[in-house]
Write a protein that binds this ligand. Sequence first.
Ligand SMILES: Nc1nc2c(ncn2[C@@H]2O[C@H](COP(=O)(O)OP(=O)(O)O)[C@@H](O)[C@H]2O)c(=O)[nH]1
Ligand SMILES: [Mg+2]
Length: 304
Amino acid sequence: MGLFDRFKKALTKTREKVVSGFQSVLPFGRKIDEALLDEVHDTMITDDFGPVTADRLISGVREAWKNKEIAESQDIIEHLKKQIIAKWPDDVRSLAQAESGPTVILVAGINGSGKTTSVAKLANHLKQQGKKIILAACDTYRAAAVLQLTEWSGRCGVDIVKHDQGADPGAVAYDACEAAVARNADILLVDTAGRLHTQDNLMRELNKIQRVVEKKIPGAPHEVLLVLDATIGQNAVNQARHFSEHVNVSGIILAKLDGSAKGGIVVGIRDQLDVPVKFVGLGEKIDDIEPFDPELFVEALFAE
Ligand SMILES: Nc1nc2c(ncn2[C@@H]2O[C@H](COP(=O)(O)OP(=O)(O)O)[C@@H](O)[C@H]2O)c(=O)[nH]1
Ligand SMILES: [Mg+2]
């Protein structure tokens, strides 16, 4: 299946909502007026574009209408698509790379967002590109977390560095960095905890892991990828803001796009955060991850 079809399939729930929402307020040939713009605006809010983004998009449509570039309901979708695609001109979506030595990618996010699965998917994706990968099991909070990552590492055929449950995640990160250098790995993927006794503890632990890798490998971490669960819609934006206050988030992995009716959140994220979505999770299997492609995404979002 091509990327467009994979996006289209993953966006089925979102698309049903978006497309049917727009179809109901945009019968063919209806002349644009303020009432119609209001209805379109409300539809965008229900589709999880978010109020700020819906306001901006509708202002763009209104301007085009006043400038007589568009006149009828069917022009609105095309105009929205163009406006939305134009939001991603400068995004760097490829992963940063170390100039020499291993590239360190820290993966953060709250519990259940999809971190461990995304680490495994990324490991598999990057291994297929010929990279040598090592995983670091820095979620030592739950025994199941280490086990889960160990299973994935076996399935993908990549090395893992782990300690027992309850171990210091900084120590795991330390050992993983040494292993990555000693074994000439291209990429070290660091899985982290998403829940500790308090949110403060969680952020402190992330900072600590960050400091450890900074000391061990020059320029590390080269990426801090935040995993967000697409099914939570606008809350994902709030989560991203919160993490960004504590760590330098360099990119987003938007997981569970397939299970979500809130795919419009991709547009909200672009509009409200200065962090690019680099990958999207499209299912629970190892190859259900794709680099984000805005044009295909927007076409798939509005496809009938
Ligand atoms: N449908 C779907 N499920 C996902 C995706 N990514 C993760 N999950 C599921 O979400 C749950 C939590 O994932 P996990 O990686 O353990 O989250 P973590 O706590 O952040 O490490 C698991 O049941 C995963 O199979 C995705 O892209 N699509
Ligand atoms: Mg996990």
